[in-house]
Design a protein. Structure first.
Length: 347
């Protein structure tokens, strides 16, 4: 496993590799180079919006209009999380030190452990949609396959029955789950820099609560926290749900080559510049999984090359609209829960 969230694909000089030939095409197009100007502007804009949101809370003070600012800051927190994602993949800085520093700052800005998320996301990239190896397919509250549904007990079994209908309501808890999971991870002694992560997480949460209860009356501060964290969770979950849910799930010894492992388990979302901003480039999920360190503004250009190359190879390249991607994800969840609704369903 690598020490950052960038999974190392096979080297571009590998003779005869399908990915090697694609990698050379992408490199020749100049799409792997850094984009310092783009990230300077993007980081500046997000930082201004972040500070501006909290300034608006201070200026509005004791009024329920601050709940509108809570909704605005939920979107800003999502954008900060996307910047942490890009930094961890070394899309922003080529060197590890700059990537880790910026990633930790961004994660602290939303109350998340960089080390915990980095380890989890690295394992996901190495084995996307693999039932036993992808941590994003662990049956926590939801079941992702019918085999998991048959083995489910307790809360996953209760929720799994109608999980497709409960998916978006449950996303309101995702913001809180990130904080709790980050705190739990600090007990793992194998987590690198866990003391630093712990200090940053504690400072972040303490400042967040202190600012809220200093600027707002207790009842309003609690209402702000609930609205902000719930909408943050919905936005964050909505960013990642279209990417792999509803795509083929690998099990056991299923180990296609690198190119097919990434392409066949990922789905792109069609859209223009607004989609790129709202989803942080994750709408080009196939290209991102093939070239994790590629700066997000280059993914759209890479899409044309990758799609044509997959067509030439006969590798299925899936791309849908945003609403269709959610429909496919929810359909997959409903199908996965079928053994709970119908215990006699044959394996």
């Amino acid at each position: 496993m690598t020490t950052d969230a960038t999974v190392r694909p096979p080297p571009s000089g590998t003779t005869g590799s399908d990915f090697a030939r694609l990698s050379r095409k992408i490199a020749d197009a100049g799409l792997l180079g850094r984009r310092p100007g783009y990230y300077t502007v993007r980081i500046t804009v997000v930082a201004v919006l972040y500070v501006g949101g909290w300034a608006a809370v201070a200026l509005l003070g004791d009024t329920w209009w601050t709940l509108a600012v809570a909704g605005f800051l939920a979107l800003v927190f999502g954008q900060v999380a996307l910047l942490a994602h890009d930094a961890a993949h070394r899309q922003v800085f080529r060197r590890r030190r700059g990537s880790e520093a910026s990633g930790r700052i961004a994660c602290a800005g939303v109350g998340m452990s960089y080390g915990w998320w980095q380890d989890k996301h690295t394992r996901h990239h190495a084995n996307p949609n693999h039932e036993e190896l992808d941590p994003d397919l662990e049956p926590d509250l939801l079941v992702w396959s019918q085999d998991q549904a048959r083995a489910a007990k307790g809360l996953p079994r209760l929720i799994g029955r109608w999980q497709a209908f409960l998916f978006f309501p449950l996303l309101t808890l995702e913001g809180f789950n990130l904080h709790v999971s980050s705190a739990r991870a600090l007990a793992n002694r194998s987590l690198k820099h866990r003391r630093l992560d712990g200090a940053l997480l504690l400072t972040s949460v303490a400042l967040y609560l202190a600012v809220l209860f200093w600027l707002l009356p207790p009842g309003m501060a609690i209402a702000f926290l609930v609205v902000h964290q719930c909408l943050f969770g919905v936005y964050l979950g909505s960013l990642f749900a279209p990417n792999h849910k509803g795509m083929p799930i690998l099990t056991g010894e299923d180990r296609p080559d690198f190119l097919r492992r990434q392409v066949l388990t990922s789905r792109n979302v069609r859209g223009g510049w607004f989609t790129d901003i709202a989803l942080g480039g994750l709408n080009h999920q196939i290209e991102h999984h093939l070239f994790p360190s590629m700066p997000s503004p280059n993914l759209r250009k890479a899409r044309t090359i990758v799609r044509r190359y997959c067509e030439d190879l006969g590798v299925e390249y899936v791309e849908t609209g945003l609403i269709a991607s959610y429909r496919l994800a929810l359909t997959s969840l409903h199908r996965a829960g079928a053994p709970i609704r119908h215990p006699s369903l044959p394996a």
